[in-house]
Design a protein around this ligand. Structure first.
Ligand code: C5P
Length: 229
């Protein structure tokens, strides 16, 4: 049998793109497929973890053997994640959370009338940052190990490290979404993993499932070394 380094560990994973409602039949979303989050859920399950998968809009059904929680919008996802922080050993924030949501959510379908229509947007809470701030105030040894993502089109390292420090997470998995074979909807990914000290590892193009396995191996190793230190 394969070793189960995540046996008795609880892993919380977010996946997919959030949906921000405009009216009962319309919404704003993004191109996230949820595949990367699903791959993490499968990989963590195979390593023995008890997995909770918080799903926004995703393509296809979630993997079996994991607990699925649906959270449509960023605000719902924030609530789903924050209410599960103390029981999580690892958090993988693979969801593409909308940065903005419509300021007003109309109760009735908006009727077609004027030639132009302005949609006013308001900033969403940053879930990863909220987790980071919560975590910073907790004693060592009782904090989840947090993995964030950075989808960039340029200056990968600079943006990834900036995100890691600003959002106070432990690892950032960065990918160039403009590269062929990487990012949204793709079966494969090409990522660079960063820790507080800088580049940890470049993972060349490979299936998202293998990316997830490698990132989890790095996270488990680093989390174990932190608690041993
Ligand atoms: O800043 P950016 O959106 O590129 O950061 C990406 C990371 O932050 C991802 O891990 C994503 O899940 C998380 N995020 C979040 N809440 C937001 C925006 C992003 O948790 N409102």
């Amino acid at each position: 049998a394969r070793p189960k380094p995540l046996a008795e560990k609880r892993v919380l994973i977010t996946a997919g793109g959030t949906i921000e409602r405009i009216d009962p039949v319309r919404y704003v979303t993004n191109d996230s497929s949820g595949k990367m989050g699903y791959a993490f859920a499968e990989a963590a399950r195979e390593l023995g973890a008890e997995v909770t998968l918080v799903c926004a809009r995703t393509d296809g059904p979630p993997p079996g053997g994991v607990a699925v929680v649906t959270a449509e919008s960023a605000e719902e996802m924030l609530e789903a994640v924050m209410s599960r922080l103390t029981e999580s050993d690892y958090i993988v924030k693979a969801a593409a959370v909308a940065d903005y949501r419509p300021l007003h959510r109309f109760d009735a379908k908006i009727k077609k009338s004027a030639d132009t229509l302005t949609l006013e947007l308001v900033k969403n809470p940053d879930i990863l940052q909220t987790i980071g701030e919560w975590k910073a105030a907790r004693p060592a040894g009782s904090r989840p190990y947090v993995i964030g993502f950075a989808a960039e089109t340029n200056d990968l390292e600079k943006h990834a490290l900036d995100k890691l420090h600003r959002k106070k997470c432990d690892l950032i998995v960065a990918n160039d979404v403009s590269a062929v074979g990487a990012g949204f909807g793709s079966e494969t990914n090409i990522v660079s993993v960063y820790g507080a000290e800088g580049l940890v590892e470049n993972i060349p193009q490979t299936a998202k499932r293998l990316v997830a396995e490698r990132v989890l191996a790095i996270a488990i190793d680093r989390a174990n070394r932190e608690t041993a230190a």
